[in-house]
Design a protein around this ligand. Structure first.
Ligand code: NAG
Ligand code: NAG
Ligand code: NAG
Ligand code: NAG
Length: 682
């Protein structure tokens, strides 16, 4: 574009001011009219609101009240018995027991075979304490100390449950500190959660993303339904409202940690939204792609911090040899909003999403009073740039675009996906591969990464020590992904998910309208059984060059149902090769997005019925993602050497068998497969 003369520019500036300035003023007005809660508000800005008050510190219940929200908590147990807001005297289900409305809990067990199985502990406080109290903020604590002389029926953990009510805030913050001292009894800790059971007669509409929102079944609808393949999945009776029809299963509303930022419920009368906002996943286990439950029929809203969902027992926390531990879970923000008249689902949802952004930008919070929760100035940052070196793709370094880069406890390549004890800090790179990770707690970490479109895991070789206020700028990092030779063929996209493959339509009787646009077909119930319908007697055959993985590669390698048993299935990949380099070694890469009680075996140009396999995984995986409608669980990568003598010029057939027939849910989801030729010199 031609450069404007000086005169013309001034002209432009003038009109800009005349035309655009009023728009800014109008925008400014509407923002001030509808004041949005901001946790960073100064006391000056909050002066127009009534001060926060605490009542009943010596009674059976403590009440925190800021004129907008009134919280009642059992004293000293620390269970939320009521949340009063906008004329609703209890958002929580008052018909439930006082300990079953709003609470933190853990599931624990004794290690070893003589253990007593899983035990639920509500972390009942034994001591109430006011941590901080002024006109602008009250923070209270309900704590419990374990005594090594306690009998074995109490969980060997100290717990300190905190609730914070701030002046002018339509909601509250809560976090919990769990601690074990050196030498305490060994346990497994499979779950740490925060749960809210909302008033069933009011909350019917649930939302967890722009698309994933709908009117939900009631517990009565569930009770009238038919339990399907496992107890969580129920086929609702035909009598329900047609919009609800189909299957109800809480796992259909799971979400990756990276996306699990705001979810909740809306009541139409009065119009009130209840939202669980998670401003950071630093305190959830296992990093950005660990899936957890969100909200589900109940009406229930959860914040899950530790669980074996989509991962299996590997993600229990195991304490052995009296290992000490301390971790802060939260703060989580419970946000309440209200509307007036009309169908306000979208208004309340949009508002909750905007509030989530405000909370995320305010992270790390500077107001929790526990010394175990470091504020922003006590944390550090790490920045750098990640590049990929793959000479079979490019001579140049390739910027790692939209890669996930994170700090997690020191460990092996990819160990973050199983880490449950520490904190993790992740962010994504920009188009040039630059990344910035803010708000990292002091400590010793490894830096890990993985790149969309590239197989494998990256780990930076030296430990990274974060001290309060440190700003570490790393030199350019270069990831050398697994690669021996040129790509001869590939199937799928290496992105730790099977979503790009063929996901069948559900059985019409089970079809459920799970979201507004019916996206995420993989969340439908019963898709594993469609394999038998589509391939009743012959298994999948995929021909490189003519098949299309979006249409011809079934998203999960599962068993075939034959009467009442499940049989192994053997898929074929047919491909043509030119001249074989008989002195070379070829490489097969198999990346799995999920594995559940699976045993994958590979043959190359040999009969799987009569010859020994060329490669076999062991019996792998317990992530249960097939049954739970996740399109991924834990990530696995196998590299298999294929001696040239197994291959031939012309047509080749590779057999892929999933040979563990135990159940409909045994199998794998492939993320990506690739055959590489022998290395090329230069
Ligand atoms: C263990 O202790 C709890 C609380 O102190 C008590 O209620 C319970 O009866 C005890 N159990 C046994 C087996 O002693
Ligand atoms: C309590 O647990 C310890 C260690 O797990 C075990 O040695 C002991 O026998 C248990 N005591 C009782 C009374 O069960
Ligand atoms: C993530 O990166 C973006 C872009 O550099 C930055 O604005 C944001 O503050 C970062 N967030 C965290 C939590 O580090
Ligand atoms: C292996 O045996 C099964 C069952 O008898 C048969 O259906 C299949 O065609 C055989 N596979 C090959 C490659 O011969």
């Amino acid at each position: 574009m031609e450069k404007l003369g000086c005169k013309k520019q001034w002209h432009l500036v003038f009109w800009c001011l005349v035309l655009v300035l009023p728009l800014f003023l109008i925008a400014e007005c509407s923002v001030t009219e509808r004041t949005r809660w901001n946790p960073a508000s100064t006391s000056e800005q909050l002066r127009s609101f009534p001060p926060v008050k605490l009542h009943g510190r010596h009674d059976t219940h403590v009440v925190l009240d800021n004129g907008l929200v009134k919280l009642t908590l059992g004293n000293p147990g620390g269970m939320l018995t009521s949340i009063e807001y906008n004329g609703m005297d209890n958002i929580l289900e008052h018909r439930n027991k006082e300990t079953d409305r709003g609470y933190w809990d853990v599931i624990w067990s004794e290690p070893g075979e003589h253990g007593h199985g899983n035990i639920l502990s509500g972390l009942h406080g034994t001591s109430f304490q006011v941590i901080g109290e002024d006109d602008n903020q009250i923070e209270v604590s309900f704590s419990r100390r374990w005594n090594p002389s306690d009998n074995n029926s109490t969980v060997p953990l100290n717990s300190d449950k905190r609730y914070i009510l701030k002046r002018g805030c339509p909601g509250f913050y809560t976090y919990t500190i769990l601690e074990r001292l050196e030498g305490w009894r060994d346990i497994n800790l499979p779950a740490v959660r925060l749960a809210f059971k909302l008033q069933g007669s009011r909350f019917h509409y649930m939302a967890l993303s722009d698309d994933r929102q709908r009117t939900m079944a009631s517990p009565e609808d569930r009770r009238a339904g038919k339990v399907l393949g496992y107890k969580e999945a129920v086929l609702l009776p035909d009598s329900v409202n047609p919009a609800i029809k189909g299957v109800d299963d809480k796992y259909q509303y799971s979400c990756d940690n990276k996306d699990n930022r705001v979810h909740g419920w809306i009541s139409s009368d009065p119009q009130v939204g209840f939202w669980v906002i998670t401003p950071s996943y630093e305190y959830r286990s296992a990093g950005p792609v660990k899936q957890e439950l969100t909200s589900h029929t109940g009406p229930t809203s959860l914040a899950v911090f530790i669980s074996g969902h989509y991962s299996g027992k590997d993600l229990n926390v195991f304490f052995r040899d009296g290992e000490p531990w301390k971790k802060v879970f939260g703060p989580v923000f419970v946000y309440l909003n209200s509307g007036s008249g009309g169908d306000n689902h979208q208004t309340l949802w949009q508002d909750a999403k905007e509030q989530m952004l405000v909370e995320t930008q305010s992270w790390p919070y500077n107001f929790p009073l526990s010394k175990d929760f470091p504020h922003a100035h006590q944390r550090g940052t790490v920045s750098g740039r990640l590049m990929v070196r793959d000479r079979y793709i490019s001579r140049e370094l390739i910027p790692a675009r939209s890669a996930y880069v994170g700090l997690a406890p020191p460990g092996e390549l990819g160990s973050w996906q199983k880490d449950t004890k520490g904190y993790q800090f992740w962010n994504q790179t920009d188009d040039e591969g630059n990344f910035l990770i803010r708000g990292v707690r002091a400590g010793n970490y490894n830096l890990y990464a993985w790149v969309d479109g590239v197989i494998g895991d990256y780990k930076y070789e030296t430990d990274i020590q974060i001290t309060p206020g440190s700003e570490i700028r790393l030199a350019d990092l270069v990831y050398h992904p697994p690669r021996n030779g040129p790509t001869l063929w590939e199937i799928g996209i290496p992105d730790r998910s099977a979503a790009e493959f063929f996901v069948p339509d559900p059985d019409p009787k089970l079809k459920t309208r799970l979201s507004r646009s019916n996206s995420d077909k993989f969340r439908q119930y019963g898709l594993w059984a469609r394999y038998t319908d589509l391939y009743p007697d012959q298994d999948l055959v995929y021909t490189i060059g003519s098949s299309n993985y979006k249409k011809d590669w079934f998203f999960a390698h599962v068993n075939r149902r034959a009467n009442d048993i499940y049989e192994p299935t053997t898929w074929q990949i047919i491909f043509h090769l030119g001249n074989i380099e008989y002195t070379g070694t070829y490489t097969l890469r198999i990346a799995l997005a999920s594995a559940n009680g699976a045993h994958v075996k590979v043959w190359m140009n040999r009969d799987p019925n009569t010859t020994r396999r060329l490669f076999s995984t062991s019996l792998v995986g317990r992530d249960n993602a097939i049954a739970r409608h996740g399109i991924h669980g834990l990530y696995w990568l196998y590299s298999v050497d294929i001696p040239a003598s197994y291959l031939q010029s012309g047509r080749n057939t590779m057999f892929l068998q999933q040979s563990s027939p135990s159940s409909p849910f045994s199998g794998v989801m492939y993320d990506y497969l690739r055959l590489e030729g022998p290395p090329r010199s230069s």
